[in-house]
Design a binder for this molecule. Structure first.
Ligand SMILES: [Zn+2]
Ligand SMILES: [Zn+2]
Length: 373
């Protein structure tokens, strides 16, 4: 298999940390440029999210010249911050690995899930920590993400074409977004104490905008509902579709410790950089394609779907309690460099390719695969 990350060595050494961030894969022996503490990670993430909301709100409220160009920028910041809050901060907090202090983890886990109108921290922990990370449940039909996908009509035994058609139907289905929204609000309404109060204040603030802010109703819709509710919902679906090879067989040789390895590959955002050896004409075409794919596909995927340490999700399942979650790409590579403790690592390049891999596996499996556990 081609070493895709090595093709990026065509670029100067000083750009390599950027490519590590963008693709999600570190170079052999590469050391992190920057090590976040939990507090600096939190500060950056909250700043992205709140700046996004502020940009979109100002754009729609003031409708300054070219406001419709500022609005998508606000969306990107909002969704990036929101998904990082859920998939990194709340996720590490529920593993009790965010700040290292359990009460503080719980506090920030609640705060970020209130701001993102996500399920409560407790519900998220139950779904992820108590189920997804359990050996008997992981990637089986009892795993909550699998149930979520089956519920949306994704089924093993369907052809790859049918599964992709299903995916597009769901992406465009108002019912999908509505049900997701009800699930998130319902989880919040079942909560108690200051979490419920915080949720009320946060939602109340946005719902009050039509009464006092210019274009307030439009602000509510375009700056809040669209990115925080709808786009985040789509992002979560795209993430889940390619997170693991759901319902796939396990490899008994991987033992108790690395049982997730057979169903989990790293998900990288990038494509092979055109080679120097290519003829000039072909190289021009290849560069145009590569540049367009990087700007319009891989970077958006990295910012909006496969955020934070998610490219190295395989490493997370091998070492769920690692304190190195801010530098997961480097930690994963170090494990490879030193001869991995577990089975060989696998990788997929491209968010869509990761989803396609799951669909191909499901196409091959018979409908009976559903009862494999
Ligand atoms: Zn997982
Ligand atoms: Zn986890």
């Amino acid at each position: 298999m081609e070493d895709v990350r090595a093709t990026y060595l065509r670029f100067p050494a000083w750009t390599q940390h950027f490519w590590t961030w963008q693709t999600g894969k570190a170079l052999p022996g590469q050391k992190p440029l920057l090590r976040h503490t939990w507090a600096s990670y939190l500060a950056v993430t909250l700043a992205l999210f709140l700046a996004g909301l502020a940009v979109s709100t100002a754009a729609v409220a003031a409708m300054f010249p070219f406001w419709y160009l500022a609005l998508p920028l606000g969306w990107v910041l909002t969704v990036t911050g929101e998904r990082m809050m859920v998939l990194v901060i709340a996720h590490q907090a529920l593993h009790r690995r965010f700040s290292g202090r359990s009460r503080l983890d719980w506090f920030w886990g609640e705060v970020v899930t209130v701001l993102s109108v996500f399920h409560t921290f407790r519900d998220f922990k139950e779904e992820h920590f108590d189920n997804h990370h359990r050996r008997e449940i992981f990637a089986t039909e009892a795993d909550p993400p699998v149930q979520f996908l089956l519920d949306l009509g994704f089924r093993p035994g369907l052809s790859r074409r049918q599964l992709w058609r299903r995916a597009w139907t769901v992406f465009l289905s108002p019912l999908f977004y509505w049900r997701g929204f009800l699930g998130r609000v319902g989880s919040n309404l079942r909560s108690r104490s200051w979490r419920l109060a915080g949720f009320g204040v946060w939602l109340g603030w946005w719902l009050s905008l039509p009464f006092w802010l210019p274009n307030g109703a439009l602000v509510l819709l375009l700056a809040f509902v669209l990115p925080v509710i709808l786009f985040a919902q789509l992002s979560a679906l795209l993430d889940r579709l390619g997170e693991h090879e759901w319902l796939g067989p396990r490899n008994p040789e991987f033992g108790h410790r690395f049982y997730t390895a057979a169903n989990t590959a790293a998900r990288y955002c990038g494509a092979p950089v055109p080679a120097r050896s290519m003829p000039a004409g072909a190289q021009v075409v290849a560069w145009l394609r590569w540049t367009a794919a990087t700007i319009f596909y891989h970077i958006p995927c990295r910012l909006l779907v496969v955020v934070g340490d998610l490219p190295s999700h395989d490493y997370h399942h091998r070492y769920p309690s690692t304190p190195e979650w801010t530098t997961a790409a480097y930690a994963r590579q170090r494990d490879i460099d030193s001869g991995p403790e577990g089975p060989p690592y696998e990788e997929v390049w491209g968010m869509g390719a990761a989803i396609d891999r799951v669909f191909r596996a499901w196409e091959g499996s018979t409908a009976g695969a559903l009862s494999h556990r």
